[in-house]
Design a protein around this ligand. Sequence first.
Ligand SMILES: [Zn+2]
Ligand SMILES: [Zn+2]
Length: 400
Amino acid sequence: MYHENENLVFEPLLSSNQYSEQSTNDLLISEEQRDFQSVYFTYISRIKNLCCTMTIRTPSMCCCEVLKWIPVIFILGLVGWSYYAYVVQMCIFTIDSVPKKVIYLFIYHILLIIFLWSYYQTVFSPLVGPPQQFYIGEVESASIATIQTVNERRATLIRLSRQANLPLVTRHFDGSIRYCSICKCVKPDRAHHCSVCEQCVLRYDHHCPWTNSCISYGNYKFFILFLGWALIFCTYVAGTSLQYFILFWQDVANSENNETSSVSTSGRFHLLFLFFIAIIFAVSVSSLFFYHLFLIGKNRTTVESHRAPIFANGPQKDGFDLGCKQNIQEILGTDLIKALIPINTTQGDGIHYQVNSMLLEDLQERSRNPTRDVVLPLDTLANPINNDRNYLLSSNTNRR
Ligand SMILES: [Zn+2]
Ligand SMILES: [Zn+2]
């Protein structure tokens, strides 16, 4: 399930003579300034959202903010109860063998720590939005209303993107530069506006209510690890509690025959529900986990799996597919040990993306033969595609 606002209301763009020299200078900034501004604006945005939540929003809006945390509290409550059921009721009160207790508890706590660590990173990683150079600016966005035609609006967005040297590979379905009228910014490739977080997010996948966060460039690896370790954790709990689950039914049979039960009544119900809940969560998490493994293998986001990104030669579902190994490394990094623990090893900067070699060859062919028919008219300006410095043919060298 994901939320997204793709109903872009394109406001008319400013005319070329209104584009000030000052704004051009603002857009042409160094890489160091971009990195700093990206982090700066991310935190400023979060502080603004918090201030809005606490001061400006109505009580009903504050109530909505609180309600969004209910699924997170539910998961933490369930983990807290399962800790009591497994550690106290099963390991301490039910298991007799001391070595068995120690081994069970040791593995359980290792898995629990890494699972909760992954969950924490997924929930609390800062949202990464577009860097400052993607924002049109107040003056330009205010003067956008003066332009009436779609073609002029498209041409102006292309001109602004060129002046800022924005690394754009994909386009809107009508061939224009993807623009968010709410954030007043050009959308980087694979970025989308999240209507829940109310901002554009890099490499947007979906908004997850169970983590109350956008699954995107900043936390996608943590989300995958959260699912993977949750599956292992639940499978371990279900596997080790299976014999005590069977013991519960044997005790039921014994009580029917008036024989003495080896486990207390409340303990038996804790063990019963522990096994059932571990199985239910393992099954539900596994479907999501394996689906996202498939998406990683294909280098697609959930949005792109439903609606293919649009390149110069049309929609390409596998436009970012670089081969399974490289796709996995793009998310998890190249070090196997680091890939399995929730630390940031995701490659790239969330803005520059390499494209599929087949797609690249097709576009190179198109640049050699500009008269060839194309699906989408990307560029209404005079510059031919091979002179477009923003275009995907330069994406390999730009990528960090
Ligand atoms: Zn936006
Ligand atoms: Zn969101």
